[in-house]
Design a protein around this ligand. Structure first.
Ligand SMILES: Cc1ncc(C[n+]2csc(CCOP(=O)(O)OP(=O)(O)O)c2C)c(N)n1
Length: 802
């Protein structure tokens, strides 16, 4: 890159270089100290960034406010250098301090080395991200940071090229923000790494990926990980050959070469930021002085020559030599920096530990005071005194120690009544409440934009409301949505030009342009990642997975990244992404999927919506866009051509989440279902009516949240019998619904017959209509399942059919 500006090498001052060295040294000391803390039992596990310091110092120089990082657990030095992490916070996280002030990244929820900045204020509203050097919140699965990275970079493209977004100044300035990814060399073996690299090349977005290559993935060397042992070698086909050609800029640099790194990052970031060209920087010859983590030592698997080489090429050692050789500082000055760094780290460690311990000990002191108090007046004084004695012995204590002791103590005094006991119970209740906030809160948004706060607006119809194919109801809804809100855009396979395989977006690309309604490659995982990253930067993506059967390609990232986001940051970040897909009943093994149990069990933290028709779906889309939470919308594959009326207020009406709808009233039995099964069950209920059985049919509409007002339990109170039916495997979502209703809602109290489930067979349906009939619940199956329950209850009125 030719430039008139002075290069970084010309601009670097001795002061800046020595400041870098200081940060690097502090970071190294933090790693060394952190490891010791784990071995002393003060933290449970440790993973550190030693050996990666100098590369990260260089990267940090070119990271600007508004930029985003999506990296992994080795990036502590970078976080220190950009000023988004203090040493004290670093140790607080190691000790699992649950205070957001103490550990702003995760409030003690993720293990150490999981970094993130707070994009939201205490009310859950966006801060000005252009004033923050942003880090999206790390996750542990290797390469799991890559899909989101695509989206973080993609947002810059939208902000640069969609003039309607120009006013969103708290998120972007003309799309100049770079998304910086970091990844270990071994993690590049993951499929999602390659998928993300290809996607960014196609999209031409400002994504800059640094590979920290230390030659190993835990104990497994590079030759087992990467063809030719070099990620930049094998990705060289992505290199663009001219400024006109689409592709990557690929750089290689040594992890111990301070100046080389500074120059490389300067050139790389410039092309990435200015031209939106994706960049790969292969940082080679990186070391890992303490081995992978606290769970083992690298002497077990690294040969002696490698260990010797690592000692020689330690990046801080090399930087120190370079400083001395170039007369930037004297040996004494460098030694002074090192000594001060050691002291700074020691102080940060002690302060972080002291603050955590004090807050835990305050709890313990109060618990012990109340326990002693109770012992003084109780018949169980000996037991209570012994419990208190044991609690006093624990050093260092953790929060659960006092809670455990008090719960045990209360067992012994269960028959007693005293003021002292009431005070102890009061303490326990209060502490449990505080711990619920510490450990269980923020699975969903707690802001005013929580989906549960969205007010219902009923659909309106008049005699002119047209009756159309279901897909046209959605099309009208999407049209209104794109017109109303410039933040909204839709991406997915075949979503753009033809308007998705069922044409709910038909004509909308033409109307709103390619940036709003966009075709993507066949890459479900990074389609979701593209949505997550863009949503993290204030946009409102609808990311489409063409068929529910193919959600499996994306389920990991939904589960690990999107669903955990609010929780793992304790409300510090949000990505209100809508994932749209279609499923249930159509044709054959891979286009009839309804793996709802799998979904429900893996994406807690997202909402799961299963509308029975496109009008309900449209109402849900409108609701979700008023809220700030992620959701999965599963439309009915066989519903796009069924006739529905378009509400006059198609862009405004909302359907609230968590509210089942009674599709047919009845008195003998309650049948609970959702999605495509609704029509089948209503049909069966009509046939049952002619045999004297009155079935109440309930559409749950949303599985997460599930029936907030206990409509189903109320129905069972009336009918005293229940059948749960769907197209999932036995023990899948029917089991979930039964647990919610019988256990959670307590409907067992009203039951006169065994609660029953009717699901599909345990295999997927073969191709053809008979394949469907003999695999999934049919009208006859539902009829007979209900009849059987009624027969068992009243054999005289309902004699056996067979
Ligand atoms: C999907 C997944 N598989 C396995 C692991 C366990 N694991 C954690 S780190 C790691 C090695 C990663 O090596 P590399 O990418 O080279 O990064 P480094 O730790 O060397 O910096 C493994 C296998 C994981 N976290 N996630």
């Amino acid at each position: 890159m030719q430039t008139a500006e002075a290069s970084i090498t010309q601009k670097l001052t001795a002061e800046e270089i020595l400041n870098d060295y200081r940060i690097g040294w502090e970071s190294r000391q933090a790693s060394l100290t952190g490891r010791k803390e784990v071995f002393m039992g003060k933290a449970k596990f440790g993973i550190f960034g030693d050996g990666k310091e100098v590369a990260q110092l260089a990267m940090a120089k070119f990271f600007q406010p508004g930029d985003f990082r999506s990296g992994y657990y080795r990036d502590q030095t970078f976080m220190f250098a950009v000023g988004e992490l203090t040493l004290q916070q670093y140790f607080a996280q190691l000790y699992a301090h649950t205070d957001v002030e103490a550990d702003p990244s995760t409030a003690g929820r993720a293990m150490n080395g999981h970094f993130g900045t707070r994009s939201l204020d205490e009310e859950g509203n966006w801060k000005n991200l252009m004033e923050i050097k942003n880090s999206s919140a790390d996750i542990s699965p290797t390469a799991g940071q890559m899909p989101r990275l695509v989206g973080l970079a993609y947002a810059s493209k939208l902000y640069r090229h969609n003039p309607k977004l120009q006013s969103m100044k708290q998120f972007s300035l003309n799309g100049n923000e770079v998304a910086f990814g970091t990844i270990g060399n071994a993690s590049t073996s993951e499929g999602m790494f390659f998928e993300a690299i290809n996607a960014a090349g196609v999209l031409q977005i400002p994504m800059l990926v640094s590979v920290w290559d230390d030659g190993y993935g835990i104990s497994v060397p590079a030759e087992y990980q990467t063809t030719k042992g070099s990620i930049s070698d094998i990705l060289s086909g992505f290199q663009r050959n001219s400024e006109q050609e689409q592709g990557y800029e690929i750089f290689r640099v040594k992890g111990w070469d301070y100046i080389g790194l500074c120059e490389t990052y300067e050139a790389a970031v410039r092309v990435c930021r200015e031209q939106h060209v994706p960049v790969l920087i292969h940082v080679e010859e990186v070391t890992q002085p303490q081995g992978h983590s606290t769970s083992g030592s690298h002497e077990r698997y690294k040969p002696a020559e490698r260990l010797a080489w690592e000692a020689e090429y330690d990046c801080l050692k090399k930087m120190r030599e370079w400083i001395l050789e170039n007369g930037i500082a004297t040996n004494e000055q460098v030694e002074q920096i090192e000594a001060e760094a050691k002291e700074t780290v020691r102080t940060a460690r002690s302060t972080a530990w002291g603050e955590l311990l004090n807050s835990v000990k305050e709890d313990h002191k109060e618990a012990l005071r109340l326990l002693d108090n109770l012992a003084a007046s109780s018949d169980e004084a000996t037991q209570l005194a012994s419990i208190a004695r044991e609690l006093r012995k624990i050093e260092p204590p953790i929060r659960s120690d006092a809670v455990r002791a008090v719960r045990k103590a209360l067992r012994y005094v269960r028959g007693e009544r005293s003021q002292a006991k009431r005070e102890l119970v009061g303490w326990l209740e209060q502490t449990m409440g505080e711990n619920a906030d510490r450990y269980n809160s923020y699975l969903f948004s707690q802001s005013e934009e929580s989906v549960l706060q969205v007010e219902e607006v009923k659909p309106e119809y008049d005699e002119h409301s047209p009756t159309v194919d279901g897909r046209e109801v959605l099309q009208a809804c999407f049209d209104a949505m794109l017109a109303r809100d410039p933040r909204v855009f839709a991406i997915g396979e075949d979503v753009g030009y033809i308007g998705d395989v069922n044409q709910a977006f038909a004509g909308l690309q033409e109307k709103y342009g390619e940036l709003r309604v966009t075709d993507t490659g066949i890459r479900e995982c990074t389609i979701v990642g593209q949505g997550i990253g863009a949503a993290l930067r204030g946009l409102r993506p609808i990311a489409e997975i063409q068929y529910l059967d193919y959600l499996l390609y994306a389920i990991q990232i939904l589960s690990d990244d999107l669903a955990t986001l609010q929780y793992r940051t304790k409300g510090g970040q949000k990505a209100p992404l809508i994932v749209r897909t279609r499923g249930h009943r159509l044709e054959g093994i891979w286009h009839s999927g309804s793996p709802i149990g799998m979904i429900l069990n893996s994406i807690r933290g997202m909402h799961v919506l299963v509308p029975r028709n496109m009008t309900q779906a449209a109402g849900f889309y409108n609701t979700l866009l008023k809220a700030d939470e992620p959701a999965l919308m599963i439309e009915c594959l066989n519903g796009y051509r069924l006739k529905e009326r378009v509400p006059n207020n198609i862009g405004e009406f909302t359907v609230p989440l968590g509210h089942p709808e009674i599709l047919k009233a009845g008195t003998d039995i309650t049948v609970v279902t959702y999605g495509s099964m609704c029509r089948i069950v209503v049909d069966a209920a009509k046939q049952l009516e002619t045999f004297g059985i009155s079935a109440e049919v309930i559409d749950v509409q949303t599985l997460l949240p599930f029936d907030i007002d206990h409509v189903i339990s109320d129905s069972i109170q009336k009918t005293s019998r229940v059948l749960f039916t769907d197209e999932d495997v036995p023990g899948g979502a029917t089991a979930f619904m039964m647990q919610q209703v019988v256990d959670e809602q307590g409907a067992y109290r009203w039951l006169d017959s065994k609660p029953t489930c009717l699901s599909a067979h345990a295999h997927r349906p073969p191709y053809g209509s008979d394949g469907d009939y003999f695999s999934k619940p049919s009208v006859e199956d539902v009829f007979e399942a209900v009849y059987e329950i009624m027969h068992e209850a009243n054999p005289e009125t309902f004699p056996p059919i067979y």
